[in-house]
Design a protein around this ligand. Structure first.
Ligand code: ANZ
Ligand code: ZN
Length: 825
């Protein structure tokens, strides 16, 4: 009989799918739509195991939903702008566009070889002018609506990548892309006003039940909403100094104040005091430090005295004003009131500078805290002390009262603060979407006219390392005329952050061929929202937050009907090998090409799906691949060895009247359908596969004895069921075998098997218990339970215990599903 030759089969099936255009979908209002999306890859050159895993999971769901009768949109494309293309240009002198498209061609082939069922007619590459042209259009619309603005500010800058990074792109003080330490630089750049949506973005977190709570929490924390009050302190000379605090209940415990080095007063206050020189040196030094590092709770608290004092508006206390590294200019007002008794950062600072500590909160049911003996700040709640009229109140209850009091006296105002900053999108790079703005000496900053779009990237540029965008050196690009006055003008030479492209690609898929506008609203609304999104958790705050923002903006521009883009989100775990994330830099990569070459696509898919549930990390093991391969060979032989017998037999899916074997297989088959269906719905793909494996074992048991008549029909039914259940996971082998049985799956695309509830209940058998051949008792047990377990149960039955009392057990003979005979003397 024919051997299992995965490569031949896979090529053949893929060709058939392509010829039948199997995965192409149109908007069909008679059917329920299902939009399944996986995060699209950056075309770096080759796909890696992380991609294979992500896309294998997605493909199972897409195929399954299709078989259940949904109209499934399952698209794929390329997040095609970005740095590596420019690096390749610098290193190998190849044009970024050519490099990118060559990579895309190769990677597309890889995805096809893995048998992923995408609607390739909707493929997009974000670096194509047909795509980014509309992004420029959106930028202009946002500019009109005041959602885009330009300002000078200190920015995160990576020297290696020679570009600005958004806060979201700095991880522990390092560049998310290359790992270089991030520095601060003052630059004029363009911002998207994402903070205008901060409230809504946080609120809607509660109405996304299909998202993992972990991701929602990361978003909530990133947006970081806090309620507090801006308190107007005054300096001794009357100069107002406003601070933001979330703890007005500690106002009577303020013993000093701290300014961010960037605060305008930081350089003016020390003037003319003995502290001037030291203060200015400190400011210079600290400004250069990375802000995300400075924001970390456990940094060494550093600071200098300004030589000046402020006055506490509540009690008139005179309090020294410092400059400190742990206060950030971007948050609140860039100045804080410090309460060492109740804030750990302030406590550490006070210890370093030997500043007084005043306790204003006392833990309930204990005596007053002694500032002399405190080892750390007391940050929890309690009763107010040392706080004048507020003494004795619970501090949480006191907060609104104190805010009211401050507002009444004109000493402060209640305020909500967000940690989220506006999204800086200017990048000093070439390989990105040009920002459609022109600078004119006459007219200032002028948007490009809609009819002059696109502002296309010049493709024949020589790209060198110069520390600024190559576009800035390309006169042909930046020399232009002013859209308003017609005079000489200069184009913006920065390009947009590549996260802008990924903020709306999911909309473009719905109408990829639409050219007469940014998006075809009718088709967008048919498909949106994405029913299931699948991707890495590393995008929890970057891409996923930007997309939620962008979708809102496009909703307001009338381009999409829904407010939230992604209904359900599945974040898959990483692929791990030898204890570390599989990555080039760790040198522990397994090349998907190698696996496909050696084992074929089905085995490669199966081992990614079987090794662990999607949300968990997948520990790579070569044994796992071998096991998957062996299983598929086993399935192959099961069918091929009986092909002649099964070929022209009618399939039946239940047989109650035949032998015990038949009933057993009937139960097993229906239970498996139920389990696989439910598991796929919950994304427990690994256990779904495990139960299919059990079905295979049951079928091998069934055919130990030759089958004919009704039983052969049942075997045929079980075989069909097995192959259909397998087909979302390993579509090639499943379809090939079905084809050989004379059943063409790929044409009748929707036929997920049904189960009968009556066969899914536990299948019980009655076990007879004999002692020396005489029936003494019976009990009920699950079918197929282990002989050892049956023996144990039998020996524990009261009647049996009595029978064998005082006797020596020689042995216990077990006939599975029937009988236990205890032999004793
Ligand atoms: C006095 C105080 C007493 C504070 C206390 C806390 C505890 P969240 O909740 O994260 O919003 N703060 C304000 N502006 C800051 C800045 N620019 N840089 C660093 N820290 C700043 O944090 C608000 C608290 O962080 C504020 O409340 C302030 O310290 C500090 F027992 O004021 B608090
Ligand atoms: Zn002009």
């Amino acid at each position: 009989m024919a051997d299992y030759k995965p490569h031949t089969i896979e090529e053949k099936r893929q060709q058939i799918w392509e010829e039948n255009n199997l995965f192409h979908v149109e908007e069909d209002r008679s059917k329920q739509k299902y939009y399944l999306l996986e995060m699209f890859p950056y075309p770096s050159g080759k796909i890696h195991m992380g991609h294979v895993r992500n896309y294998a999971i997605g493909d199972v769901i897409a195929r399954y939903k299709r078989m259940r009768g949904y109209n499934v949109l399952h698209p794929m494309g390329w997040d095609a702008f970005g740095m590596p293309a420019e690096n390749a240009a610098i290193q190998h002198g190849v044009q970024p566009a050519i490099w990118t498209h060559e990579n895309i061609d190769y990677m597309r082939k890889q995805l096809k070889r893995l048998g992923f069922g995408y609607d390739w007619a909707r493929e997009i590459a974000t670096c194509d002018v047909e795509y980014y042209k509309w992004e420029q259009w959106m930028f202009l619309k946002m500019y009109e609506k005041g959602l885009v603005y330009r300002k000078s500010s200190p920015v995160n800058y990576c020297v290696t990548c020679q570009t600005v990074l958004a806060n979201e792109q700095v991880e522990g003080g390092l560049c998310w892309r290359c790992g270089e330490a991030v520095i601060q630089k003052e630059l004029t750049q363009w911002f998207f006003a994402i903070t205008k949506y901060a409230d809504e973005l946080i609120e809607y977190c509660d109405s996304l039940p299909g998202w993992p709570e972990r991701v929602l929490n990361m978003q909530r924390n990133w947006i970081g909403k806090s309620y507090g009050v801006e308190v107007n302190f005054k300096m001794e000379d009357g100069t107002p100094l406003t601070i933001f605090t979330t703890r007005p209940d500690t106002l009577y415990g303020v013993t000093f104040m701290v300014l961010a080095p960037e605060h305008p007063f930081s350089s003016t206050f020390p003037k003319g005091t003995p502290y001037e020189k030291e203060a200015l040196a400190f400011i210079e030094k600290t400004k250069a430090q990375d802000r995300s590092f400075r924001a970390e709770a456990d940094i060494q608290k550093e600071g200098v005295f300004t030589g000046r004092y402020a006055v506490n508006p509540l009690n008139g206390n005179k309090i020294p004003v410092y400059i400190g590294n742990f206060v950030l200019m971007e948050y609140g007002t860039g100045a804080i009131m410090a309460v060492p008794a109740h804030d750990q950062r302030d406590f550490e600072f006070a210890k370093t500078f030997d500043l007084p500590i005043i306790v204003t909160i006392t833990p309930e049911n204990t005596s007053l805290l002694d500032p002399e003996k405190m080892q750390e700040a007391y940050e929890s709640d309690g009763l107010m002390t040392n706080s004048d009229v507020f003494n004795g109140m619970n501090n949480r209850e006191a907060i609104p009262k104190i805010i009211g009091y401050l507002e009444e006296k004109g000493m402060g105002i209640g305020k909500v603060n967000y940690r989220l900053r506006d999204w800086g999108i200017s990048r000093q790079r070439y390989w990105g979407t040009p920002i459609p703005i022109v600078y004119c000496d006459h007219c200032g900053t002028v948007p490009v006219k809609y009819e002059d779009l696109p502002v296309a990237l010049p493709l024949n540029l020589e790209i060198k390392i110069v520390g600024r965008s190559p576009l800035a050196d390309c006169a042909e690009f930046h020399e232009t005329i002013c859209p308003v006055c017609g005079g000489k003008a200069r184009r913006e030479t920065d390009t947009m952050d590549t996260f802008v492209e990924s903020s709306w690609y999911f909309l473009k898929y719905t109408c990829a061929d639409y050219a007469s506008g940014p998006l075809d609203r009718e088709r967008v609304d048919y498909w949106m929202p994405v029913d299931q999104y699948i991707g890495g958790v590393e995008h929890a705050v970057l891409h996923l937050l930007y997309s939620r923002f962008f979708n809102r903006v496009l909703n307001e521009l009338g381009l999409v009907g829904v407010r939230e883009p992604f209904d359900n989100l599945l974040t898959q775990g990483m692929v791990i090998k030898d204890g570390a994330k599989m990555s080039k830099s760790k040198g522990n990569v397994v090349d998907p090409d190698y696996l496909i070459e050696k084992y074929g696509a089905d085995t490669t898919r199966l081992c990614c799906l079987f090794a662990s549930p999607p949300e968990k990390d997948l520990e790579w093991s070569d044994k796992g691949v071998e096991g998957s391969s062996r299983f598929l060979h086993r399935v192959w032989r099961l069918v091929i060895d009986r092909l002649d017998e099964l070929k022209d037999v009618e399939a039946i899916f239940e047989l109650k009247t035949g032998s015990d074997d038949a009933a057993q297989l009937t139960f097993r088959m229906h239970k498996t359908i139920k389990k696989v269906t439910e598991d796929i719905e919950r994304f427990h793909l690994n256990t779904a596969i495990a139960s299919i494996m059990e079905l295979v074992n049951a079928m091998y048991r069934f055919i130990e004895k030759n089958k004919n008549g009704e039983e052969l029909k049942l075997l045929r039914g079980a075989t069909e069921t097995l192959l259909v259940l397998l087909s979302p996971f390993v579509p090639h082998i499943a379809e090939e075998l079905l084809d050989m049985l004379g059943k063409d799956m790929s044409v009748t695309a929707c036929n997920w098997p049904q189960y009968k509830e009556e066969y899914t209940v536990e299948d019980k058998v009655v076990i007879a218990v004999q002692v020396n051949g005489k029936l003494r008792d019976t009990f009920e047990a699950d079918r197929d339970i282990d002989a050892e377990v049956l023996k144990k149960i039998a020996l524990s039955l009261d009647r049996i215990v009595k029978q064998i009392e005082g006797k020596e057990i020689k042995k216990a003979i077990v006939v599975p599903n029937k009988l236990v005979n205890v032999v004793c003397v």
